[in-house]
Ligand binder design. Structure first.
Ligand code: 3HC
Length: 695
């Protein structure tokens, strides 16, 4: 065995050179990896004892891509990815990439320059650069369509999907599957087969058939663009990926590479990719809790109890049933229980119809759900989640029941979105077992969970809740107890300003348009219409004090009755309502305010800057661990566009001094709702970043 570098070594086995890369955690293509690979391939090619070369990786995965931490730093050093690729392609002997785990991005682009690829069945391949606001910048945009064809390449590159090995085999992306757990020997056997059959050394660059088949058919691209337009609205990278594939079709390989290089650089130096790369790391950092050690013992969770089989409880139950955890769903009345279980089944049936799961899987998941009318049936659960309506008295009664019924050491969780969890915990004699698990609606779909740590919550309970959230495919952020926790607390000032803007002369559709154009899936008033204006409103007590009161009194209840802030057509299309406009003007006049024209810029600042300000208050109070956690919450739970990073990232990019100065101006004209948070003032005064101040 010859050590080529810190991260690569070369061994000749049965006349085959096996070049092994070992650079934890994911063998990303850092400078030392690139150089190690280049030197290794060159040495293997020069070694007279070796007739073929196998490239294989140690650890959990094949190369997972370029090293993202190097992006945006001081230019590349050492061998480039292109150098490694050229060494592979131009080797005088067959080069075989042996893939396990994931071959992603630059990793797959390296593998595409091997003459052959083998993989174990559990492996996956993909070009996920689009999710980082990028495109494959090492020839992937030109090589992938040459293997899998234009349509598949379009779909793979704009979704970033990790394609399972069996599908890769069908697509020709992988030449052979080898037995799970026997990649090394399987690859060597394959190499010997290539040699004995005298197979020619294939270079993807020279195979033009599939791209030529799409030449002169621009409609392929137009149709594809139309198909993804809604989903990718606002994002630059999907369109840039498409343009590169167009170049693969219409230009020579060399020119296509040049187009790819130019567009890659544009994306890489742009704001969107900076935000998306930041989000990538933020979503990994969010799991790290400074005072809860990684090896904190966890409570085994085999059965979960959920109280409340409404939309929320049912949705939460599905998350556990999906991953094989048994659930007991408790309701007070049989009718509500039957309805709740029926909704869950209907959701699963819909997934089956769309081909996402099989009918057998529907039954398997349903079989994990047991309905009950008695909280006593939760006695053998390891975790109970209360998911009833927001009423402190009711919640405390349920927690007193949990305390009485549940076995020692089990976790008692509440799904409250705003109430004081310390007070809820006071209904038990075991506050160390009490925690918040705030799911977002629809709970079976939305990725975010705010895990809420109360005063006495134990580290074991926190560690288990975080790990369990991960297991059910969520992204969890640990937050502290305060009104609305982090997400809803930040939503508050935005909503307040949106309402206030109406009283100053903006219309709901003006505010909604500005926030929609910013990248939110919908604005606050369209959102209110969707949720129903009459949630928490009562005809008996309504005094016409707020605009919402007035709208509800006029039976404008939202989408559900075709009239809310907007008028709705039979197809649910919204149009500005002249009646609402008159109501707003009348209501504003009653408050004595003079209406004025409000610019889009003001609408945006009025809505967004107070959110950033609230974020600073949250950080200062220690209710979020770090600024990036707030951003993870807002991108995953509230539709903040990932290409803008999140409110805290956005504030920093806009310039915290700019945000601060504007808040000061607004405070003068609009009062203390805009009073700058002391931490924001401190950060600007000291010229520090979040990280430098420990946030
Ligand atoms: N560069 C640098 N660090 C990376 C990385 C990368 N490409 N991919 C993962 N990491 C780091 C993570 O930050 C994490 O670090 P931490 O432990 O300090 O938090 C660690 O590796 C493990 O990552 P995960 O927690 O995500 O581990 P999983 O096992 O859950 O997932 C994975 C593994 C599927 C490989 C996932 O990490 C992933 O999707 N990585 C990104 C893949 C990607 O986007 N590749 C394309 C890069 S861009 C590119 O290649 C450009 C090229 O075209 C020129």
């Amino acid at each position: 065995m010859t050590a080529i570098s810190d991260v690569t070594d070369l061994r000749i086995e049965d006349g085959i050179a096996v070049l092994t890369l070992n650079s934890p955690p994911v063998n990303a293509l850092s400078a030392k990896v690139r150089t190690g690979l280049f030197d290794g391939i060159t040495a293997a090619d020069a070694n007279a004892d070796a007739k073929a070369i196998v490239l294989i990786c140690e650890g959990r995965t094949f190369i997972a891509g370029a090293d993202i931490t190097e992006f945006g730093g001081k230019g590349p050093s050492g061998a480039s990815i292109t150098d490694v690729q050229a060494a592979m392609q131009n080797a005088q002997k067959p080069v075989i990439a042996a893939i396990h785990g994931t071959a992603l991005g630059g990793g797959l682009e390296i593998a595409l320059c091997a003459h052959f690829r083998v993989a174990v069945p559990s492996a996956r391949c993909g070009l996920p650069e689009v999710n980082l606001g990028l495109l494959p910048g090492a020839g992937g945009t030109q090589r992938l369509p040459r293997i899998v064809g234009v349509e598949t390449a379009l779909s793979m590159m704009t979704s970033g999907r990790h394609v399972p090995a069996a599908e890769c085999l069908e697509l020709g992306l992988v030449d052979e599957l080898v037995e799970e757990g026997a990649l090394r020997s399987g690859a060597i056997i394959f190499a010997n087969k290539v040699l004995s059959e005298g197979r020619p050394l294939r270079k993807v660059d020279e195979s033009n058939e599939k791209v030529e088949a799409a030449r002169g058919k621009p409609e392929i691209f137009e149709k594809f663009r139309a198909g993804i337009a809604r989903k990718t609205r606002g994002y630059l990278a999907p369109e840039y990926n498409i343009r590169c594939i167009e170049a693969a079709v219409n230009e020579s390989f060399a020119d296509g590479l040049a187009t790819e290089g130019r567009l890659f650089l544009e994306l890489m130096t742009g704001e969107q990719s900076a935000a998306q790369r930041y989000s990538f790391f933020a979503e990994r950092e969010v799991w790290k809790i400074p005072d809860v050690a990684r090896d904190t013992p966890q409570i085994p969770i085999e059965r979960v109890g959920i109280v409340g089989a409404g939309t929320m409880g049912g949705g939460i139950a599905m998350n556990f049933a999906n991953v094989g955890i048994a659930v007991t769903l408790v309701e007070r009345e049989q009718e509500a229980l039957t309805r709740g279980l029926g909704v869950v089944r209907a959701n699963y049936e819909r997934s089956a119809k769309r081909g996402r799961i099989t009918e057998a899987e529907v039954e398997a998941r349903m079989a994990r759900l047991t309905g009950s009318l008695s909280i006593e049936d939760l006695a053998d659960c390891d975790l109970a989640i209360e998911a009833v309506f927001e009423n402190m008295k009711v919640k405390k009664e349920i927690f007193a029941d949990f305390d009485r019924v549940m076995k020692p050491g089990s976790i008692l969780a509440t799904n409250t979105s705003a109430l004081d969890i310390d007070e809820i915990a006071s209904a038990t004699k075991r506050p160390e077992s009490v925690i918040g698990m705030h799911f977002f609606s629809p709970a079976n779909v939305m990725r975010l969970v705010e895990v809420v740590r109360a005063d006495h919550t134990s580290n074991e309970v926190i560690a288990t809740s975080m790990a369990l959230s991960k297991k059910i495919g969520k992204i969890a952020a640990l937050v502290g107890v305060c009104h609305g926790f982090v997400g809803n607390r930040i939503l508050g000032p935005r909503q307040a300003q949106a309402n206030e803007l109406l009283l100053e002369g903006a219309m709901p559709w003006d505010v909604d348009r500005v926030l929609f154009d910013f990248g939110f899936p919908m604005g606050p008033f369209a959102m209110s219409d969707l949720a129903g204006l009459d949630i928490g409103w009562s005809k008996e007590t309504s005094k016409g004090e707020t605009l919402r009161d007035v709208l509800c009194e006029m039976d404008r209840r939202g989408q559900k009755n075709g009239r809310g802030f907007y008028d709705y057509g039979a197809d649910r299309s919204a149009s500005p309502s002249r009646e609402v406009e008159a109501i707003i003007r009348d209501f504003a006049a009653r408050g004595g305010k003079e209406l004025r024209t409000i610019s889009d810029e003001e609408i945006l600042e009025r809505c967004v800057f107070p959110m950033i300000n609230e974020g600073f208050k949250i950080l200062a109070e220690g209710k979020a661990i770090r600024a990036s956690d707030i951003d993870v919450i807002w991108t995953n739970g509230y539709g903040w566009p990932v290409y803008r990073g999140g409110p805290m990232f956005y504030g920093e990019r806009a310039g915290l001094d700019v945000v601060l100065n504007r808040l000061r101006e607004l405070q003068k004209t609009h009062g203390d709702a805009f009073a700058p948070a002391p931490l924001l003032e401190k950060m600007v005064a000291e010229g520090k970043t979040y990280r430098e101040l420990g946030y």
